[in-house]
Ligand binder design. Structure first.
Ligand SMILES: Nc1nc2c(ncn2[C@@H]2O[C@H](COP(=O)(O)OP(=O)(O)O)[C@@H](O)[C@H]2O)c(=O)[nH]1
Ligand SMILES: [Mg+2]
Length: 484
């Protein structure tokens, strides 16, 4: 049966103003946008209840409601008691009368608003900061919430360091709530988020099916993110490890050392900028997967500059446009088998494919060496211009460590990204925090990487090894999640 809006299991987040209600929701639901979920150190900024649907597969399964929070709980408690004419304790009906009486007058505005979801059947999460002393006002809040008779979970969101009042809180909360759990909005990670949702099962068995469904979707989504992160990191590593930067240089410039040096320097700079841009792309992919919008990536080229790059000089023909190059290659045929890794002003994908299809001939042509004879014309009589020159190219750093540095950086970013709570609102830049993850890997974990890195360094990444590398990386990412 399709669920109607009214039957969606709903949980209101309640507590004192500024207790961290919005922060708990932000981390739980991965919302880091103040426009969507406002977090503020100024008390009383949330004045309305706001619904946060939990949707998977285009369907809402459960819903949370952010509330303004209690502002005058002691007075409200007395006012409610006064409305109970029998000898009994106030109950759901008394609270209904309270809201009816006060919602228009404006007195107890916050209390009326915060109680309304519970009066239409929602459960509640009561957020408190156990580093603060347990005052009478809190007892009044708990009393009122108990009168609702709705499923109740107390959440300890510790904002300060003090443990002095923790036991007091735990003892008291135990008698007012079905369950007491810890959830720190500023540090909670995936596991804790899952644990919190699972706690809802314990307080609200009747809605077990919807809650279980959400848990299953969460797990699936998390697995998918890990898989996509693995893919993004491997793509980055392969691109960075096989990249070469090439430019042409005239014979004349080549013979003047200072000019040649300058060209090489420029090439190196371009090379590192490219590596940085590949890295940025990967970082952005990870941030997007984990829904972080307040973290930006570092723009300046990374400090790889001290690494000594491999460089190469190749004799080359220039002055032909891309089509001419391809046609010349096609027309001449013949030997070759060299790699196409020379910059011809940026091979487009289509052109690269064409070269690939042409095979060794075009490759040989581009690389210089066994040069084809230009004394021919094709179709409409294309004229080949001849211009001799040399190609300078710089490639990956000579040090074998380069690949490990790139892997380490990627893992370092991943660990930071998955441990950032969405309730944090300060902007941040993703930078390597200095801790090495690859150093702590087992020999067996490193092995597939070592072999694959070597194949990348030779310019020919071993495709057959990719599944093994993928598996190994995915496992490492999984371990990082557990450690965090
Ligand atoms: N250090 C720390 N600060 C928190 C935590 N949760 C909330 N805060 C801060 O407490 C203030 C109020 O948080 P908010 O979620 O807006 O409270 P609300 O009024 O109950 O919704 C904000 O400045 C938050 O950054 C936490 O777990 N740790
Ligand atoms: Mg709030």
């Amino acid at each position: 049966m399709e669920q109607t809006n009214n039957s969606i299991p709903t949980f209101a987040v309640v507590g004192k103003v500024n207790a961290g209600k919005s922060s708990v929701l932000a981390t739980l639901l991965e919302v880091d946008d103040d426009q969507v979920l406002r977090i503020s150190s100024t008390p009383g900024e949330t004045t309305e209840c706001k619904d946060y649907p939990v949707e998977f597969d285009k369907k809402e399964w459960i819903r949370f409601v952010d509330t303004p929070g209690f502002s005058r709980p002691i007075e409200a408690m007395h006012a409610i008691k006064e409305l109970e004419t029998t000898e009994e304790k106030p109950n759901f009906k008394t609270l209904q009368r309270f809201v009816e009486k006060y919602h228009r007058s404006g007195e107890f505005e916050d209390e009326c608003r915060l109680l309304s979801p519970m009066l239409t059947g929602s459960g509640l999460l009561y957020v408190i900061d156990p580093s603060k002393p347990l005052r009478d006002a809190f007892v009044a809040e708990m009393e009122i919430l108990r009168w609702t008779g709705q499923p109740r979970l107390a959440l300890l969101n510790k904002k300060g360091d003090s443990e002095e009042f923790l036991e007091d809180w735990k003892k008291t909360l135990g008698s007012y709530f079905n369950l007491v759990r810890t959830f720190n909005a500023h540090t909670a990670k995936y596991d804790e988020r899952v644990r919190l949702i699972r706690s809802l099962l314990e307080i609200d068995e009747g809605n077990g099916k919807a809650i279980e469904t959400v848990l299953n979707f969460l797990e699936m989504e998390w697995g998918q993110r890990r898989e996509e992160s693995t893919e993004a990191i491997i793509t980055f590593l392969e691109k960075a490890l096989t990249h070469r930067e090439t430019c042409s240089i005239t014979e004349r410039d080549m013979s003047i050392d200072s000019r040649k040096e300058r060209k090489l320097k420029e090439l190196e700079e371009t090379y590192f900028k490219k590596i940085t841009s590949f890295e940025e792309k990967m970082q952005k992919q990870l941030l997007k997967l984990y829904r972080h919008h307040l973290v930006t990536v570092e723009q300046s080229p990374i400090n790889y500059e001290s690494l000594d790059l491999l460089s190469d000089e190749t004799w080359q023909k220039w002055g032909l446009n891309r089509t001419q190059l391809a046609m010349a290659g096609a027309a001449t045929g013949g030997a070759g088998g060299l790699m196409v890794d020379i910059g011809t002003g940026g091979l487009t994908h289509g052109f690269g494919t064409l070269i690939g299809a042409l095979g060794g001939a075009a490759a040989a042509f581009l690389k210089g060496g066994d040069l084809p004879d230009f004394g021919f014309s094709i179709g409409g009589g294309l004229k080949m211009e001849e211009a001799d020159g040399t190609a300078l190219s710089v490639g990956p750093p000579k040090s074998d460590n380069f690949a490990w540095i790139l892997l380490d950086t990627s893992l370092n970013y991943y660990a930071q990204i998955i441990s950032r709570a969405h309730a944090k609102r300060e902007k941040d830049t993703l930078t390597h925090d200095g801790s090495s993850i690859t150093r702590g890997l087992q020999q067996s974990q490193r092995k597939p990487f070592a072999r694959w890195f070597a194949s990348c360094a030779s310019g020919n990444p071993d495709r057959g090894m990719e599944p093994e590398v993928f598996q190994a990386l995915q496992e490492i990412l999984g371990n990082l999640e557990e450690k965090n």
